[in-house]
Design a protein around this ligand. Structure first.
Ligand SMILES: C[S@@+](CC[C@H](N)C(=O)[O-])C[C@H]1O[C@@H](n2cnc3c(N)ncnc32)[C@H](O)[C@@H]1O
Length: 404
């Protein structure tokens, strides 16, 4: 694997009070898996495309007298392609190994992690758990991206194991592209707001589906005078997220167990509402309900902004097919549906004015602490994490009056 030297080691992860401790061999296992993921995407994936272009596509055209009409036809044809089978099996295996490496790391020190969370979280009004919140079926029906037990399962009282595994493992899947605190998305939002909405000073911020808080902590730190609320349905995530955020100095950030489909806040309560990598893990019925809540909760002059993987409309069909891998091989059932949506229309359906819709590309900021040699805007093995950032805003009260 010729990229070895340029991939940061798991041992370079940013430290906080909740991060599991790893032995030499555990770090070596994570590093091998990170290298494996880069090898799969940099070295093997181009070969899979070549195999499609030179073998599977000509065979499809010979059989049907035309090219594939959509990604689903490509998928059905490629399922018989040995290069795809090889790459796909290795990728799935790398994900399962990541989960098992994370779980063995976490379970051998779970007592200490639970105690650390309890010590930090005790009597803090900024953590509000609600046992009456039941995670919705779309969040529990399958083990999303092969995480055994998903985000919500608790195996001991006060459990944080699923969250510790998530925090330790995401560095492996992304090979450090999200930065030493895996917060490159949140950092990118902060940078975008400063550049594109200078002077925007939200008094209250809401982040929906926060998981361990990777991308909301940068917002809380960037707007220290704001009251920031992060909601999630999963208690293990929130216990860990709160303790992590406290140890990173984000004291203006509350973690609340709640379902984004129906939130207990007054109308127009928040000036900024965000999600990060969230929508593809919801459902066809939940997505419009959560957007309707965002429409209700957003204050005049407020902004709602969302980071997601790139949408499919307009994308090369082979690229759509390869991105769709997660739906069929990585337990992400809504991924394929969500990435087909017309986001402007979806937001319009929730009551937002279509002409105020915006969409841009955001890339994770290069983290110099783990990529000291990187060129501007690029990790030094040539990949960047890039998302579609989309959103809209509500007219301010002055704009509303002027319009009447
Ligand atoms: C892919 S993760 C989001 C990652 C996270 N936003 C970040 O920045 O790292 C999806 C999260 O959404 C949560 N979730 C799913 N449905 C939800 C809902 N209806 N309301 C609140 N949280 C939800 C899950 O428990 C999970 O933690």
């Amino acid at each position: 694997m010729n990229n070895k030297a340029n991939i940061p080691s798991w041992s370079q992860l940013g430290r906080h009070a909740m991060l599991p401790e790893a032995s030499h061999d555990e770090v070596a296992r994570f590093d091998l898996l990170a290298q494996m993921n880069v090898f799969l995407s940099q070295q093997l994936a181009p070969g899979v495309r070549l195999s499609y272009e030179k073998r599977t596509l000509p065979a499809f055209v010979a059989e049907h007298g035309r090219e594939p009409a959509d990604r689903h036809e490509i998928r059905r044809a490629m399922q018989k392609d040995p290069a795809f089978q090889f790459w796909s099996a290795l990728r799935r295996n790398a994900m399962e190994q990541r989960q098992q490496a994370g779980r063995s790391l976490v379970f051998r020190q779970l007592g200490r992690l639970v105690a650390a969370a309890e010590r930090i979280n005790r009597d803090k009004p900024t953590l509000r758990l609600d046992p009456s919140v039941t995670p919705p079926r779309y969040a529990t029906a399958v083990d999303i991206h092969c995480m055994p037990g998903g985000y919500h399962t608790e195996v001991v009282e006060g459990d944080v194991s699923a969250a510790a595994n998530y925090d330790a493992g995401i560095f492996v899947t992304t090979a450090g592209m999200l930065g030493s605190y895996s917060d490159g998305g949140g950092q990118a939002i902060v940078q975008w707001l400063a550049a594109n909405r200078p002077g925007f000073r939200p008094r209250r911020i809401l982040d929906i589906g926060c998981t361990v808080g990777h991308n909301v902590v940068p917002l809380a730190l960037a707007f220290p005078d704001a009251e920031v609320v992060a909601v999630d349905v999963s208690a293990p995530m929130l216990r860990y997220a709160h303790a992590r955020a406290q140890s990173l100095g984000a004291h203006n950030l509350s973690f609340v167990q709640a379902n984004g489909e129906a939130l207990d806040y007054p109308d127009e309560h928040f000036d900024l509402i965000t999600t990060a990598m969230f929508w593809h893990e919801t459902s066809s019925s939940a997505l419009p309900r959560i957007l309707a809540e965002i429409q209700r909760l957003l204050a005049p002059g407020g902004i709602t902004l969302h980071l997601e993987q790139p949408q499919y409309p307009g994308m090369d069909l082979y690229e759509q097919f390869i991105r769709d891998w997660d739906t069929y091989n990585n337990n992400e059932p809504f991924w394929t549906v969500m990435h087909d949506l017309d986001l402007r229309q979806v937001l319009a359906n929730a009551g937002f004015a279509p002409e105020r819709y915006f969409e841009t590309t955001m890339a994770a900021l290069v983290d110099r602490s783990i990529f000291p040699q990187a060129g501007e805007g690029q990790q030094d093995y040539g990949r960047t994490a890039a998302w579609t950032a989309f959103g809209t805003s509500k007219p301010s009260r002055e704009e509303q009056h002027a319009a009447h």
